[in-house]
Design a protein around this ligand. Structure first.
Ligand code: SF4
Length: 406
C-alpha cells in the first residue's frame, strides 16, 4: 500500500438521484425529477446507518476530504447535506492544523433549484463546488442529452461565485470534449468561456461510449457522429495548452488546477490512500491489514433497496465486488495511477513498497515506450508520460496493469 502517513481518510458519498438520466451515463443513477422528501430521507438515513457501521474500520484517522458525488447530490436539500457533513465530520477526528481543514466537495448540476441552494450548502459546511457544466454550447448539450442549457450553466457559475462569501473556497468546472458533432472550433469556444469564468479547477473528460447505454445503441446503428481520433487528440491538446496558458496546468491526465487548488479527494485515488465509500455503487479502499497488506477494495451494490435493507439492519452493504489486493495488482495500479499524474512514478518510493524499481518488473515495456517517445525516464528511474504519451496513454497503462512477464 502507498505511504500510510498521514493517518487520514477520505469519504465518498454517492447520491444516485438525477433529474433525468443522460444517454451516455453508466453510473448508478435513477431518474428522480421530483425527488420526494420521503425518498430523500430514506436514502440519507441509509447513508447515516452505513457510516455508523463502517467508520470504526477507519478508527483513529482524521478526515482529509469528503466528496458528495453521484448522480446529482445537489438535488438533496441543504438540511440533508448538513446532516451528512456533520455526521461524517463527527465520525472522524479533524487534522490538527487549520491549514489542513477537510476539503468538502459537492457536485452541482446547473438547475434553478440547486442554484438557489448554494449559499445554504456552503453554510452546511461545503467548501468546494464541482459544477457539471459539460459545455457552453446548446447544440452540444442537446446532443449529450443534458437537462440544462448554456444560460443555466452561466447562471449557476455566477451563483457559485456569489457563494464564495458564504464559504466556498474553490470552484471546479466539469467539461466533456470529443462529444458527438463536436469539433476543435466548438471546443475552443467552450474553452474561452471557461477561461473567462476563471475557476480554480477543471476536470475535462473525452466522452467515451459505454456498453449498455443508449449512446452505445445509437453508435451501433450509425446514429452517433463521434469525432475521429485525430480530432479528439487535437481537442485534448487544445485544452491542455489553453488551460495552461490561463494558469491552470494539468496535474493529472484529465484534471487541471491553479497551483494549490489540486483536488485533495481525487488525489487520494491516484495515491492509493484509504477511502470510505458510502451509498449505492460507492467504492471503498480499506486500510491494509495483516491478511491484506495491500488493502481491500469493495464496490457496493448498485440498487437502492437491497443496499438500504442491509445497512438499516446494521449490516455491511451488499458488495458487487470485494477484492483483497495482491502485490501484483497493487504494483500495477501504483504504476498506472502515478503515470496519470504529471508528477509521474517515483521509482524510489515504488521500490520501497514493492522491493524493486519499476524496471525490475517492466524493463522491456519501459524501453519500448521510451523508444516510441511515449514515456520519459529520469536518471533515478522515475517515469512520466511525454506530451505524446498523454494522447496515447491507454496502451502504456495496459502494459503496467497486465501481469508482469516471467
Ligand atoms: S447528470 Fe451526471 S450522473 Fe446524472 S445521469 Fe447525467 S451524466 Fe449521469
Amino acid at each position: 500500500m502507498a505511504d500510510e502517513s498521514p493517518r487520514d481518510v477520505g469519504v465518498y458519498v454517492h447520491v444516485p438521484f438525477c433529474e433525468r438520466v443522460c444517454p451516455y451515463c453508466d453510473f448508478a443513477v435513477v431518474a428522480a425529477p421530483d425527488l420526494s422528501a420521503e425518498r430523500e430521507a430514506r436514502y440519507v438515513e441509509g447513508l447515516l446507518a452505513e457510516l455508523a457501521a463502517r467508520a470504526p474500520d477507519f478508527e483513529g484517522r482524521s478526515l482529509a476530504s469528503l466528496y458528495l458525488g453521484g448522480g446529482t447530490p445537489s438535488l438533496l436539500t441543504a438540511e440533508s447535506v448538513a446532516r451528512l457533513v456533520a455526521a461524517v465530520r463527527g465520525a472522524f477526528g479533524e487534522p490538527e492544523r487549520s491549514a489542513q481543514a477537510p476539503e468538502i466537495t459537492l457536485e452541482v448540476n446547473p438547475s434553478t433549484v440547486e442554484r438557489e441552494r448554494l449559499p445554504a450548502f456552503a453554510q452546511a459546511g461545503v467548501n468546494r463546488l464541482s459544477v457539471g457544466v459539460q459545455s457552453f454550447d446548446d447544440d452540444t448539450l442537446k446532443r449529450l442529452g443534458r437537462a440544462h442549457r448554456a444560460e443555466e450553466a452561466h447562471a449557476t457559475l455566477a451563483a457559485a461565485r456569489a457563494a464564495r462569501s458564504a464559504g466556498i473556497d474553490a470552484i471546479s468546472v466539469d467539461l466533456i470534449f470529443a462529444a458527438p458533432g463536436q469539433g476543435p472550433a466548438q471546443l475552443e469556444a467552450d474553452l474561452q468561456q471557461l477561461v473567462d469564468f476563471a475557476p480554480e479547477h477543471v476536470s475535462a473528460y473525452a466522452l467515451t461510449v459505454e456498453e449498455g447505454t443508449p449512446f452505445a445503441l445509437a453508435e451501433r446503428r450509425g446514429q452517433l457522429a463521434m469525432p475521429d481520433e485525430d480530432d479528439a487528440a487535437s481537442m485534448m491538446i487544445l485544452l491542455r495548452r489553453g488551460l495552461e496558458a490561463a494558469g491552470l496546468p494539468a496535474y493529472e491526465i484529465s484534471n487541471y488546477a491553479r497551483p494549490g487548488f489540486e483536488a485533495a479527494h481525487n488525489r487520494r485515488y491516484w495515491q492509493r490512500r484509504p477511502v470510505l465509500g458510502l451509498g449505492v455503487s460507492a467504492w471503498s479502499t480499506e486500510v491494509p491489514g495483516d491478511t491484506s497488506p495491500f488493502g481491500v477494495r469493495i464496490h457496493n451494490e448498485r440498487d437502492v433497496e437491497p443496499w438500504r435493507t442491509r445497512v438499516m439492519a446494521g449490516e455491511p452493504a451488499p458488495a458487487e465486488a470485494r477484492e483483497v489486493l495482491s502485490q501484483e495488482v497493487a504494483r500495477g495500479e501504483a504504476a498506472f495511477l502515478a503515470l496519470r499524474t504529471t508528477a509521474g512514478l517515483d521509482s524510489a518510493a515504488f521500490e520501497r513498497e514493492f522491493g524493486a524499481p519499476p524496471r525490475g518488473f517492466w524493463g522491456s515495456a519501459i524501453d519500448e515506450f521510451c523508444r516510441a517517445g511515449l514515456l520519459r525516464e529520469g536518471a533515478g528511474g522515475d517515469l512520466r508520460l511525454s506530451e505524446r504519451g498523454v494522447l496515447l496513454a491507454d496502451p502504456v497503462f495496459a502494459a503496467f496493469v497486465a501481469p508482469a512477464g516471467p
